[in-house]
Design a binder for this molecule. Structure first.
Ligand code: ADP
Ligand code: MG
Length: 596
């Protein structure tokens, strides 16, 4: 993550422009709405010009003292106001419509892209930073796209129309205004550059806030039982403080920006009046007052334009982070092989795999040949590579070297969808979604399954009993992450989900670790019927649950130490025998507290 972050922090002027242009491509489909909004704000800008002319008229009417003109000016004022209101509405409405549509599209695109990012991306980026792309960075784009776009068009067009009025009235005097423009531009760009550098840091610090909060909420029990409150409070305080300090830096720059611009423009006005009074011949007082009014009316518009620049730049910086994420390549899915149902032969050939963040490989030159229908148990210390190995069957990661073949075909030659259709995985961390119990069992591609099938799967996973005690049975909504369910209940739902999938390859990665002995016994019985006719990989901590496996593989440090049946391995009197003896003696001790 850190290198990506750095890349997006350093936005040179050219690439900021590139980012901006890319953002504009999202606006392109809405060009028609843009034209309508533009016309609206053009009418608004025009109304300012007309107002100046009306003022000139008014003074003429007063000095000519012509009663016939009494109706003209009030009617003009009404007409101009109607025009101005209609224009302001059209502009605000259609530009906001574009902005929110763009945000919706961009946000959806980012989320969809996230679903396809390689698993490795989720290993290295903390979830807080990924989430903050959706929440914070997209919001940064929103404020730039909505308010900034509206203000720059509205005030920009106002300035243009007023400027046209000035040139039309007295072009020589107007030249002085033009001399000031580069000074304002320079100031705005200096302030803008500083802001742009800061705003990226602010996004990161918001990511930290999100992350600390998320960790505290998810880990509330750990925090309480280990007295981590102070630690968490301090962590949050420092993340929040960092964000505060960075925000203040932005505020200081932005707050100084506005008065500075005002000062410069006011000085320009004063000079303008002085020059006009000293050197111009004032033939027509009405024209002179109108001219000064127009110049004065430009002041607030220019000030607002000055305020908008930092917002736009902030939006561009946010958009850059969003685009960086969108440009991260998705999981490679080049394979074309598709099959309705594989037989289930699995072969690992010299498989080596190393996590990007780890110095040593998690799997080291593994060779393993599993026949269709075989039940293979993996045992070994935690960190020995069991989960990594079974995860590779799903192609969660691409191999560093070697190959994995299913039915003799490399996993990389299958389409990802087809490959994953063949493998049902239950792992230790059960993920439940905020949906009904039935919806959680029939998750994703299982959505089409009937309630009857769902019930049968739940029966086999020994889950029906507790499900029926829930307030609304299968229709009970499970709270976020299933906080209402015990670890064992959650595991049973996960097993039901895998059984419903009915895939030819079944992976149970410590799938029964949270169950008490009794339900584990029943589930084992149910699973042994399910395992028939399927290639099954079982990772289990309790060796008693895998004695019946066709083959037991003992792993350590990403390598296979021993393999054979329970009886063979005991006879070998090696690692397995030692592990077994150790657990056996533990089981002789007073019964353990049931794990929850
Ligand atoms: P087991 O399931 O046998 O406990 P794992 O397959 O989970 O072992 O882990 C094997 C090794 O890979 C360990 O050293 C672990 O620290 C490392 N590892 C596991 N998952 C990741 C990950 N997402 N990113 C980096 N390293 C990992
Ligand atoms: Mg594991």
């Amino acid at each position: 993550m850190s290198s990506d972050q750095k890349k997006s922090t350093v936005i040179g002027d050219t690439s900021a422009w590139v980012v901006y242009k890319r953002l504009l491509t999202y606006v392109k489909p809405y060009w028609f709405l843009f034209v309508v909004g533009f016309i609206g704000f053009a009418l608004y800008g025009l109304s300012n010009k007309l107002f100046v002319h009306t003022l000139e008229n008014l003074i003429h009417v007063i000095s000519d003292n012509n009663p016939a003109d009494r109706y003209l000016v009030p009617l003009q004022v009404m007409g101009i106001t109607v025009l101005r209101s209609i224009g302001a509405f059209l502009g605000a409405y259609y530009l906001s419509k574009i902005a929110f549509s763009v945000i919706h599209n961009l946000r959806t695109q980012v989320f969809n892209h996230m679903t396809q990012l390689p698993t490795a991306h989720f290993d290295k980026s903390s979830s807080g930073h990924l989430i903050s792309v959706i929440t914070y960075n997209i919001n940064g784009v929103t404020s730039a796209a909505t308010d900034a776009l509206k203000i720059s068009l509205r005030e920009g067009l106002t300035v243009i129309f007023l400027f046209a009025t000035l040139i039309q009235m007295d072009w020589k005097l107007t030249m002085i205004f033009i001399l000031i423009a580069p000074v304002i531009g320079l100031l705005v760009s200096i302030v803008g550059k500083r802001l742009r550098r800061l705003s990226n840091k602010v996004q990161n610090s918001v990511g930290d806030i999100t992350q600390v909060t998320g960790e505290m909420i998810n880990g509330v029990r750990v925090m309480r039982s280990f007295g981590g409150e102070e630690y968490e409070k301090q962590r949050f305080e420092s993340a929040s403080k960092k964000n505060y300090q960075q925000n203040m830096k932005i505020v200081v720059t932005a707050a100084a920006n506005t008065p500075l611009i005002q000062l410069i423009v006011a000085a320009a006005m004063a000079a303008l009046i002085f020059i006009a009074l000293s050197f111009m011949e004032i033939a027509d007082p009405a024209r002179f007052v109108a001219y000064m009014t127009a110049a004065g009316m430009m002041l607030p518009s220019m000030r607002r334009l000055g305020e908008v620049a930092p917002a736009v730049l902030k939006g561009v910086a946010a958009a850059d982070s969003v685009f960086t994420l969108l440009d991260t390549p998705v999981e490679n899915d080049q394979g074309a092989h598709q099959v309705a149902r594989v037989k289930g032969d699995v072969e690992l050939k010299n498989v080596t795999f190393c996590y990007a963040s780890q110095p040593v490989p998690a799997l080291n030159n593994i060779n393993l040949n599993v026949r269709a229908g075989e039940v293979v148990a993996l045992v070994g210390r935690s960190g020995s590579g069991k989960s990594t190995l079974v995860g590779l069957l799903n192609r969660f990661h691409d191999l560093s070297s070697g190959d994995i073949l299913i039915d003799g075909i490399s996993v990389s030659d299958y389409t990802l969808a087809c490959l994953r259709e063949q493998v049902a995985l239950v792992n230790q961390q059960v993920t439940l979604f905020n949906d009904t119990v039935a919806g959680n069992i029939a998750y994703g591609s299982l959505q089409t399954r009937s309630l009857d099938e769902i019930r049968r799967a739940a029966d086999a996973a020994y889950a029906t009993e507790f499900i029926e005690q829930l307030p609304e049975g299968f229709n009970t909504i499970i709270g976020e992450a299933g906080a209402r369910l015990s670890g064992g209940q959650r595991q049973r739902l996960a097993i039901a989900r895998a059984l419903l999938k009915n895939a030819p390859i079944l992976i149970l990665d410590e799938a029964t670790s949270a169950l008490d002995n009794e339900s584990e016994y029943y589930i084992q019985a149910a699973l042994s019927t399910v395992m028939k006719g399927r290639t099954t990989f079982v990772v289990a901590h309790r060796l008693s649950t895998i004695e019946q496996a066709d083959r037991i593989i003992v792993m350590d440090h990403g390598e296979i130490l021993e393999q054979g049946t329970h009886v063979q391995l005991l006879a070998l009197n090696g690692h397995y025998a030692r592990l077994h003896a150790k657990q056996f003696s533990e089981e002789e001790l007073p019964p353990e507290q049931p794990e929850v």
